[in-house]
Design a protein around this ligand. Structure first.
Ligand SMILES: NC(=O)c1ccc[n+]([C@@H]2O[C@H](COP(=O)([O-])OP(=O)(O)OC[C@H]3O[C@@H](n4cnc5c(N)ncnc54)[C@H](O)[C@@H]3O)[C@@H](O)[C@H]2O)c1
Length: 444
């Protein structure tokens, strides 16, 4: 067992290392009020509230305002901040007009990302935009342009990119220990109604407590519909189904580990709607094979069996790296040359014996007792209570202070989101989806 300073012991079977927390927070010491980064948030639903709580341990920052179109979420926001007194409003313009706010988190459903992000950066503030960055390729292009034109800092919210576990995976990838890798596979499977976005509807939700007309902005007009408001991930006008909800995390993690900052070149998808036939417009099983210049990537998400859970596999000629939940494992693959033991069965005994004798002479193995199967397997885990979301937010606020861009900036976020849109386009057209970089469009 190998342990970093300050780390505690795990089980005894494998070589387990508990990863050290980040030092990046050093530049975010508690700041005097005059130097505190003040921020607001647009959208304080499930994710907005999680983000607010995750900001609490980050020093030198302060949430001062929250906007949401559903009144109960003003209360939820203050509760997420452990009762802090902040300005709450339905109208996010009030946040953008405040001169004491430097940065804004956008945690609305996907169809609102484009307008909210562009409004934020045009008001001169930096932006943290939830994943998937865009609701379409066109939205993403417009967002990148506005962020760059206004010279604003942007972080997109796939928090794995700031995780110490994925940083370790990247270190292993960069070391070359895996050898040539032609296949990466990742899955994120669930088997609960909540995992399939069938969220309960709160009893106080009504046309009086929700500004439905504004929520629909940019999407086709519809009568008030609580199912669409709360389960928006199921509908094309507001979300992007499994690809936008889960593939984007897998793509962002894999892009980060492999140092990829481009959209996939081609996507081929299959899947189907097998169980959740509740009027949704996306499948509950989705497979996509993506082509990248140096490897192929296979992603799968489903809502009907969670035995695999969340799993990444990077399959190399000399090693396999997996991330299962929050456990990273590196296992050497064929670390020693092996004698042929299949085709020589068709040789006469004399030739076969000679072959084995020569082989042993040319390939001295470690003496018995000096070789243990699996001795090079290494396991890495984050310390208990570790939050990659707090690290991701700390990275964002660090970039607001230092003006140094983060890895998951608008270009990175746009490329990962393009992978999601390509997956869906390939699924719905039943044709390969190709990113045409010249035309800046996904073509079939
Ligand atoms: N990074 C992650 O792990 C993660 C996890 C969950 C969700 N998300 C992302 O976070 C975003 C929000 O998801 P959610 O589950 O919190 O959705 P949600 O429906 O629970 O909350 C969204 C909130 O945004 C509000 N809103 C919409 N338009 C608005 C506007 N113009 N002004 C003010 N408020 C507005 C709605 O009223 C709603 O309360 C999505 O993009 C989602 O993909 C990310």
């Amino acid at each position: 067992m190998r342990l970093g300073a300050g780390a505690a012991a795990l089980g005894a079977a494998a070589r387990v290392t508990i990863l050290e927390p980040r030092t990046l927070w050093a530049s975010l010491r508690p700041a005097p009020p005059s130097d505190t980064v003040r921020f607001g948030i647009i959208g304080t639903g499930v994710e907005g509230c999680s983000l607010l709580t995750a900001t609490l341990p980050v020093p030198g920052i302060e949430c001062v305002a929250a906007a949401d179109l559903y009144d109960s979420r003003h209360i939820a926001a203050t509760e997420a901040l452990h009762g802090k007194d902040i300005e709450t409003t339905r109208d996010y313009r009030r946040i953008l007009d405040r001169k004491d706010i430097d940065a804004v988190i956008v945690a609305t459903p996907d169809h609102w990302h484009r307008k909210a992000v562009i409004d934020v950066v045009e008001s001169g503030k930096d932006v943290y935009c939830e994943k998937p960055m865009s609701h379409s390729a066109e939205d993403g292009l417009a967002m990148v342009e506005a962020i760059q034109k206004n010279k604003r800092m942007c972080t997109v919210g796939s928090q794995r990119v700031s995780s110490i576990l994925y940083a370790k995976a990247k270190e292993i990838w960069d070391s070359g220990k895996l050898g040539m890798v032609d296949t990466i596979m990742a899955a994120w499977d669930r088997n609960t109604d909540s995992g399939a976005w069938v969220y309960p509807i709160p009893p106080d939700a009504s046309e009086q407590t929700i500004d439905w007309k504004t929520w629909l902005d940019g999407a086709p007009a519809r009568p008030f519909d609580l199912v669409r408001f709360f389960r928006w991930r199921c509908y094309k006008d507001y979300g992007a189904g499994l690809a936008g909800d889960l593939f984007v995390h897998l793509l962002s993690g894999i892009h980060f580990v492999t140092g990829t900052n481009m959209p996939p070149q081609r996507a081929l998808s299959s899947g189907g709607l097998y169980h959740y036939k509740d009027g949704r417009e996306f499948p509950d099983l989705l497979w996509t094979i993506y082509d990248y210049p140096h490897f192929q990537l296979v992603l799968r998400c489903n809502h009907n069996n969670d035995d695999v859970g969340e799993l990444f596999g990077f399959y190399g000629k000399t090693g396999t790296m997996t991330i299962r939940g929050s456990t990273l494992t590196f296992k050497p693959q064929a670390p020693y040359a092996q004698a042929e033991d299949y085709s020589v069965d068709g040789w006469p005994k004399k030739l076969r014996d000679q072959y084995y004798e020569d082989w042993r002479k040319n390939h001295p193995r470690p003496e018995p007792g000096h070789f243990k199967v699996g001795e090079d397997e290494e396991v890495f885990v984050p310390p208990p209570g570790y939050s990659d979301m707090s690290d991701h937010l700390a990275n964002f606020f660090n970039s607001v202070r230092t003006r140094k861009p983060v890895t998951e900036n608008e270009v990175f976020g746009h490329n990962a989101a393009l992978g999601c849109h390509m997956s869906n386009q390939a699924y719905f057209t039943q044709k390969p989806a190709i990113w045409d970089a010249t035309a800046k469009k996904i073509v079939s």
